[in-house]
Design a protein around this ligand. Structure first.
Ligand SMILES: Cc1cc2nc3c(=O)[nH]c(=O)nc-3n(C[C@H](O)[C@H](O)[C@H](O)COP(=O)(O)OP(=O)(O)OC[C@H]3O[C@@H](n4cnc5c(N)ncnc54)[C@H](O)[C@@H]3O)c2cc1C
Length: 388
């Protein structure tokens, strides 16, 4: 039956494709249909991501997700190779660095303790150690930094393609069409309806539609506190190269920067209205980013902006973390969205654990129940101290 499946996944970005791949790789023998409205992934969040990978979290659940995902990304090129062709994702383990002013250090010390207790290889750096990593850094107003050398940045588009190609190879079928709505019958899911009116049926539907996911849920009476939130990225070049490649560096102002090839990208947590908006404004670089980076690294004073883009966070307005699992009042309806700017790095672990939950009804690799849908009603939010 062409319009019947065992699992329907809405959204073929990095999350939907990782779930499809992990299900099949873990031995799921049913039929999986992945619906994707944007065949070129022009507006999807994954290819528009900054590609940052970090383990410097302040909640145990996010640390666990990163620790698992790190192992997968380290070997991704080889384990996801197809017909001998490696799936290169350009993972640069150049470190992840949060810079701290004096008054931030006590908090960083607490974060460090928790991270080390949970097996994260992070350490606090003093000013001299910071200069070993970024020799040009202006440390005048900086007391130190929290650093993890195993982290860094990678190419999100290649990760997504790796999952898509391997999911397809294992038998997932991608349907390039837009889902209009969920089909439900009181307390259980039945399938989906496309914008062209055709219907597809499945006892399991996984909503991985990213920044558009909550719109579908809302329409079906299964809402979640997630909104699309625009975020801009700026690419620039400089005249005098830096002595060393940068870690992904987070300034105390919330502006981050890293190398992109021999050039650089940067972004910040803009105070902006939620909405589906891909406007990119050069003036935001001049007003919000340049003053910060020019002060932090003198070589950035003559930064020449080259290009940039804007993408959408699927922003969880309650606690800024992913919402994962089955919706309590809608049997068979699973969600995996609300990543709020850190979904690309969590995709391997989320795919693995959702595969376990869907196949066996239980998490095995990591217990993701802290990120369950019910946490909002139960007032058990998962609050991160370090989300930008
Ligand atoms: C500027 C920016 C910087 C970021 N930086 C980082 C970073 O440094 N590190 C990190 O880990 N994360 C980062 N993120 C977040 C990361 O990109 C996301 O968390 C992740 O890509 C989410 O993947 P996804 O598959 O859920 O979403 P998407 O990649 O958006 O995939 C969802 C897919 O669903 C499809 N879809 C939506 N609605 C429908 C429908 N009705 N029917 C069919 N298909 C539909 C869309 O077309 C889309 O392809 C950043 C995001 C942005 C925007």
């Amino acid at each position: 039956m062409p319009n019947k499946a065992d699992v329907i996944i809405i959204g073929g970005g990095v999350i939907g494709s990782s779930i499809a791949y992990n299900l099949l790789n873990d031995g799921f023998a049913g039929k999986i249909l992945v619906f994707e409205k944007d065949g070129l992934y022009e507006f999807a969040s994954t290819p528009r991501s900054a590609g940052g990978f970090r383990q410097l979290y302040t909640t145990v659940i996010n640390m666990q997700l990163s620790k698992y995902s790190l192992q997968i990304y380290k070997d991704f090129a080889k384990t996801m190779a197809i017909d001998g062709e490696e799936m290169e994702i350009d993972f640069k383990q150049r470190g992840y660095l949060f810079l701290a002013k004096d008054d931030m250090m006590p908090k960083f010390e607490q974060h460090l303790k928790l991270q080390n207790e949970n097996g994260i290889n992070s350490r606090l750096l003093d000013k001299n150690e910071l200069l070993d990593i970024i020799p040009e850094l202006n440390t005048e107003d900086i007391a130190g930094g929290l650093y993890c050398s195993e982290s860094g940045y990678l190419d999100p588009y290649s990760v997504m393609q790796g999952y898509i190609r391997n999911a397809k190879k294992l038998g997932a079928e991608y349907v390039y069409a837009e889902v209009d709505s969920l089909i439900t019958d009181q307390d259980h899911i039945k399938g989906i309806k496309l914008v062209d009116g055709s219907e597809y049926f499945s006892p399991i539907v996984v909503n991985c539609a990213g920044a558009w996911a909550s719109i579908l849920g809302e329409k079906a009476g299964v809402p979640l506190p997630v909104v699309p939130l625009p975020r801009q990225i700026f690419q620039f070049d400089i005249e005098k190269p830096l002595k060393k490649y940068l870690p992904l560096t987070m300034d105390p102002t919330g502006v981050y920067f890293r190398h992109e090839g021999e050039k650089f990208i940067s972004g910040y947590a803009e105070d902006i209205e939620p909405g589906i908006n891909f406007k990119w404004r050069r003036s935001a670089f001049e007003e919000h980013i340049w003053p910060v980076i020019a002060n932090r690294i003198p070589n950035f004073e003559n930064a020449k902006i080259e290009r940039g883009w804007s993408g959408l966070y699927d922003f969880n307005t309650e606690d800024h973390n992913a919402i994962l699992g089955e919706y309590p009042t809608m049997k068979g309806y699973f969600v995996a969205f609300g990543f709020s700017g850190h979904g690309m790095q969590q995709a391997p672990a989320v795919g693995k654990c959702l595969s376990e939950l869907i196949r066996t009804g239980k998490y095995r690799t990591i217990d993701l129940t802290p990120l369950r849908v019910e946490r909002f009603a139960e007032k058990e939010l998962v609050v991160e101290d370090a989300i930008y």
